[in-house]
Design a protein around this ligand. Sequence first.
Ligand code: GLU
Length: 293
Amino acid sequence: MPQTHRQPAIFRFAPSPNGRLHLGHALSAFLNHDMARAAEGTFLIRIEDIDRTRCTPELERGILEDLAWLGLSSDRPIRRQSDHLEDYQAALQRLAELGVTYPSFMTRGDVRNHVMAAQAEGLAWPRDPDGAPLYPAIDRLRDAAEREARLKRGDRHAIRLDVGKAIAMAGPDLDWLETGEGVPRRVAANPAAWGDIVLSRSDAPGSYALSVVVDDAAQGVTDVVRGQDLYHATAIQRLLQVLLGLPEPVYHHHRLVLDEEGRKLSKSSNSTALAELRTQGLTPSDIRRLVSL
Ligand code: GLU
């Protein structure tokens, strides 16, 4: 039997510069770095700043300063999403050609009102794995003439994935290899749970789901190591990878660092911010201890 050689391992820590790093990020960054070193692989830092409404250059500088203080630097030049908008556009174009996208004109407020009205009538509106109400998909049912007219008129719109069509095209056996819970196992992916997600908005030309799969493929990432909070998001990412013909990384979702009340840490809380802990005189080895590494 031919021997199979695994390609050189490439890991990435991919923070969004919409706040300073906290202990949860430190755990993720250390794990990526340590696993890359153990595999004699590559450790990358990627700046996920596609959402220009929330990400700022100052916060990016702060994040890189926090990482440098932890002793972590990227083995290759840092990829910044805002430098690669044409890559996301090309992926979006490919999905449009496959016929699995449509323009949606409903604003967030329209969606909220629609869901509230349905709930007032006693309907239990379905929610995604993060608890947000699923998109009503009214725009998916619009007839082509109305859609064209509104696009021609220049109405603001987002591009959404027709998840039902996308799943039909990708096939029913969508899954991923998960190594975050001990014995590696294949997990069945359920992208339908997310509904018709946004792929691109006028203020963010690639959604998180779209840009993350494009970036992981562009950087040859073999191992995605990130918090449990992104576990279910993997389903949509696998769906997009199959549609776009991109390679499948191995996924490792790690435990989250929780606050005293058992809640996930937030970027707005100062007490666990690395910058704050540093000014209190803690060292990077203290941080490792604090996150139980
Ligand atoms: N940018 C994402 C975050 O800061 C992480 C994305 C990922 O690791 O896939 O939560």
